[in-house]
Design a protein around this ligand. Structure first.
Ligand SMILES: [Zn+2]
Length: 276
């Protein structure tokens, strides 16, 4: 935590904004907005966990990351592509010396194409879990309608640093996950839910995540563009309001949780220093 003494009587606390799940490659982020996003991240000193959705997006991400001191890359392949990828898993090298996080990976029984069967998705997921266990990597998980299988599979691996990204399967799965010490990122979609039913689920989940396991994410900037700093600040204000706490207190909590989660991964040292 950073403290700045502004006078002998007043100590102002500075919090670092953290975006624990962000897509910045050209499939998810317009190239014409890239410069603006990189500047916004730099000016506001936002720590960003850049996510990959397949090998080409990772290759693009790794080049963008070189232009920023604040974005670190994760390597992952979405379960949507399991049918394409599983037959050639032998040819995929997880860059364990380049990344401390695997994302985004997981199980998606709601939005995957039918060819990406649960069996193929599980094979892809376990391919990553083996590496995570061996190298103590952080997991950034996309789990949709698949909490039971995900939680069962995770229990069979020695993985301790787990994030469920924008997870809304159920309050029960949030409880089970956070009881195990997994973290939950809240997504700005909560600011504009598609309908009243979604608003209810989001509200209940924001209230239910225990203090020690709540995190923030941007995921993607909107097509009509808004800088990540603005999205994160609106999100934190909204969550603080629902949780009936001060915005500064929630920012401080998210900062502390992010630091606890990232600390110890050798490839993430330089980003951990920015949070300390
Ligand atoms: Zn994502």
């Amino acid at each position: 935590m950073l403290f700045t003494e502004t006078s002998s009587y007043e100590v102002r606390v500075i919090f670092v904004l953290v975006d624990m799940h962000f897509h910045i490659d050209s499939r998810w982020h317009k190239v014409e907005h890239l410069e603006q996003t990189l500047n916004d991240i730099k000016e506001n000193r936002i720590i960003v966990a850049g996510q990959a959705t397949d090998v080409p997006s990772y290759n693009e991400l790794i080049n963008i990351v070189k232009r920023s001191d604040y974005i670190f890359p994760a390597f992952g392949i979405l379960p949507w592509y399991a049918h394409d990828v599983v037959p050639k898993l032998d040819s995929i090298d997880i860059p364990v010396n380049e990344v401390g996080m695997l994302g985004e990976i997981g199980l998606d029984y709601l939005y995957s194409p039918p060819e990406a069967t649960p069996e193929l998705q599980k094979a892809l997921f376990e391919f990553f879990l083996q590496a995570a266990e061996r190298h103590d990597m952080i997991l950034n998980l996309h789990v949709r309608g698949a909490s039971d299988d995900t939680l069962a599979i995770l229990a069979s691996y020695n993985v301790n640093r787990v994030i469920l990204h924008s997870h809304t399967d159920s309050l029960e799965s949030i409880k089970e996950a956070t009881d195990r010490g997994y973290y939950i990122t809240v997504n700005p979609v909560v600011l504009n839910p598609s309908d009243d039913g979604r608003r209810k689920i989001h509200t209940a989940i924001i209230k239910a995540i225990p203090e020690d396991f709540i995190l923030s994410e941007v995921d993607t900037v909107p097509l009509d563009y808004e800088p990540p700093s603005k999205i994160l600040r609106k999100l934190i204000d909204y969550m603080a309001d629902l949780r009936k706490i001060k915005t500064d207190d929630l920012s401080s909590t998210i900062h502390a949780n992010s630091l606890r989660l990232l600390k110890g991964a050798p490839t993430l040292n330089q980003y951990v220093k920015l949070l300390e």
